[in-house]
Design a protein around this ligand. Structure first.
Ligand code: AP5
Length: 189
């Protein structure tokens, strides 16, 4: 069983590579960004509160995303494994994820960090913003804020997995298929 944390800054390619991984390994994709956007789309109270923060490029509170992930894991008890995309984004979230998985006798198998520099991220997200309509991709200032949140709150999560000997890092710049091949090599090793 594979339980993968796919890690990296905004625009690193987590969503893109998740699609390939799902096709090959049949894992359940849990993206907290997608789950939050679904709440916004449904007009729930949680979604309305989250939108205020997401539109400013700020992380939503840990308790909100931990609760969403716990519900999804509980709903998919017979899953062949999970890809966590955009989660955990703080050390507190990483600790909570371990606790939730442990209740089901599960654990994170491996963490893969996609390394992409800020210049490339910014250009990818501005390009995507033209067609995706994502409010947080609309201008450089907002993208800079998201990267700042990543550097301050999320980057330390890498050390958490380093300490558990589950950390892997690959270059996220290059052909999508080539990056996917490197991910497969890690997952099959
Ligand atoms: P979220 O939805 O998770 O967004 P993100 O992390 O900012 O990631 P993105 O979806 O922007 O990028 P990605 O890495 O998936 O890249 P993609 O494959 O799309 O979070 C949004 C917000 O929700 C957060 O700011 C926060 O407010 C809140 N939130 C979410 N989770 C939270 C949590 N756990 N805790 C607290 N708050 C949370 O690729 C990007 C573009 O690049 C695409 O156009 C793609 O086609 C292109 N691309 C991908 N790979 C390549 C390549 N190799 N070469 C060229 N182009 C490429």
């Amino acid at each position: 069983m594979i339980n993968l944390v796919l890690f990296g800054p905004p625009g690193a390619g987590k969503g893109t590579q998740s699609e390939n991984i799902i096709q090959k390994f049949g894992l359940i994709h849990l993206s907290t960004g997608d789950l939050l956007r679904a709440e916004i789309g449904a007009g729930t109270a949680l979604g309305l509160e989250a939108k205020k923060l997401m539109d400013q490029g700020i992380l939503v509170p840990d308790a909100v995303v931990i609760g969403m992930i716990e519900n999804k894991i509980n709903d998919n008890k017979t899953a062949p494994g999970f890809i966590f995309d955009g989660f955990p984004r703080t050390v507190a979230q990483a600790e909570a994820l371990d606790q939730v998985l442990a209740k089901h006798d599960l654990e994170i198998t491996t963490m893969i960090a996609l390394e992409v520099n800020e210049e490339v991220l910014t250009s990818r997200l501005l390009e995507r913003g033209k067609t995706s309509g994502r409010p947080d991709d609309q201008n450089e200032e907002l993208i800079r804020k998201r990267v700042q949140e990543y550097n301050n709150k999320t980057a330390p999560v890498a050390n958490y997995y380093l300490g558990q000997h589950k950390f892997n890092s690959i270059n996220g710049i290059g052909e999508i298929d080539q990056i996917f091949a490197e991910i497969v090599a890690i997952l099959e090793s």
